[in-house]
Design a protein around this ligand. Structure first.
Ligand code: 5GW
Ligand code: MN
Length: 364
């Protein structure tokens, strides 16, 4: 009974449905062709416009990209058969310079950087007792760090009132930034990644061109200038510059995000001196922080905390410049011949007073 009714209904209405479909296709096509204001048309024209605006911007850049033009300068020219340093590697196989004394012309680099009109941000952390290092750090930085350029010292501390009143030269500024303290020292050390990535987005990107991120238990002892700057840089750890891969203290447990297999890795980089452009430092610190958190969720902590994650990051994101151990030295490693300058030196710590506990073997 019901079935017959349905069959009759379809018999009568099928041609009607057919014609309706045909008609609506026709009208849709008609409006598509003619109406300028149709939403689909609008969408497509917005897409095309964005595309052409983008390419217009690129064309504009051709005429408006900033020009760096050096003045007349007099200096000894380089010579193909007289490498500036013959005793050490000055370039990596991926063509990143390794910065050693005698391998660069500071006048050229200074002039190029000056024309970029940029500020350099230096981040340091002084949590709990580590505020005692600030005075000497800042005073020596005024003498040796980026002299003649604009600098912002971002001092992360749980005790802003304890940041010393060091007078700084024109164009330089100390910016205390309050952060919470963590009870475990490992956490203080590792959270630097989270804090630097957060502040890169919130603040640094609008204030500085480059970031330099260093330990605070240090003093500047010689020139550290624009020769260090590049998209992404780190320092070769003073304890491992001559080591074979297998001796690097990379994280070797494969259930950590910082795991590096025995047959990978280029250098053992120090966690106490890295930097780059704000966007590149943001990417690095964000990724390291995420890896640290992923480990934490599985109750893992890499052998050298954030330094292990940093080393992992650099295996797959090669730094564009590498600083020799001149830029991070500890007198416990002596004074080898190849080391012409000790630019940034570890301040000996009275471990009993400054720290509560820490592994005894050296790490800077
Ligand atoms: C405290 C106890 C043990 C280890 C680190 C800390 C600690 C580190 C601290 O209480 N407050 C603090 O601000 N830090 C920051 O983390 C400092 O900027 C310090 O330079 C950095 C790394 O810790 P260091 O310098 O003790 O690590 P090593 O590997 O250079 O000895
Ligand atoms: Mn240190």
């Amino acid at each position: 009974m019901d079935r017959t009714r349905i069959r009759v209904f379809f018999k009568c209405s099928a041609p009607l449905i057919f014609w309706l479909c045909l008609l609506s296709t026709f009208f849709l096509g008609f409006f598509w062709q003619t109406s300028e204001g149709h939403w689909l048309n609008r969408g497509i024209s917005i897409l095309c416009e964005t595309q052409s605006r983008l390419s217009r911007n690129k064309t504009d850049l051709l005429d408006n990209s900033p020009e760096i033009e050096l003045p007349r300068m007099v200096y000894t020219k380089a010579h193909i058969f007289k490498p500036l340093r013959t005793d050490v590697l000055t370039v990596t196989p991926w063509f990143a310079p390794i910065v050693w004394e005698g391998s660069y012309n500071l006048d050229i680099l200074n002039e190029q950087f000056r024309q970029k009109n940029m500020t350099v941000g230096l981040t340091i952390f002084a949590i709990k007792k580590y505020v005692v290092f600030l005075q000497r750090f800042l005073e020596t930085a005024e003498t040796y760090f980026m002299v003649g350029h604009r600098v912002k010292y971002y001092v992360f501390t749980d005790r802003p009132e304890a940041v010393p009143n060091v007078t700084v030269k024109d164009g330089r500024e100390i910016v205390p930034l309050k952060v919470q303290n963590y009870s475990r020292w490992q956490e203080i050390s590792m959270r630097r990644m989270e804090i630097i990535s957060y502040f890169s987005k919130q603040r640094f990107i609008n204030e500085v061109g480059f970031l330099v991120c260093v330990d605070v238990d240090m003093r500047f002892n010689d020139h550290v200038g624009v020769e260090i700057l590049s998209e992404l840089f780190d320092t070769i750890h003073p304890g491992f510059y001559a080591s074979e891969r297998k001796a690097f203290t990379y994280e070797r447990r494969n259930n950590s995000k910082a795991f590096i297999p025995q047959d990978e890795g280029d250098f053992y980089y120090a966690g106490g001196f890295f930097g780059g452009t704000v966007d590149k430092v943001y990417q690095l610190t964000k990724k390291c922080h995420e890896a640290i958190m992923a480990d934490k969720n599985r109750s893992m902590e890499a052998i050298w905390q954030e330094e292990s994650h940093l080393n992992k990051y650099f295996v797959y994101h090669k730094p564009t410049k590498i600083l020799s151990p001149e830029y991070l030295w500890d007198n416990n490693f002596g004074s080898p011949q190849f080391l012409k300058k000790k630019r940034f030196l570890a301040v000996p710590k009275n471990h009993a007073v400054i720290r509560n506990r820490r592994n005894s073997h050296l790490k800077c």
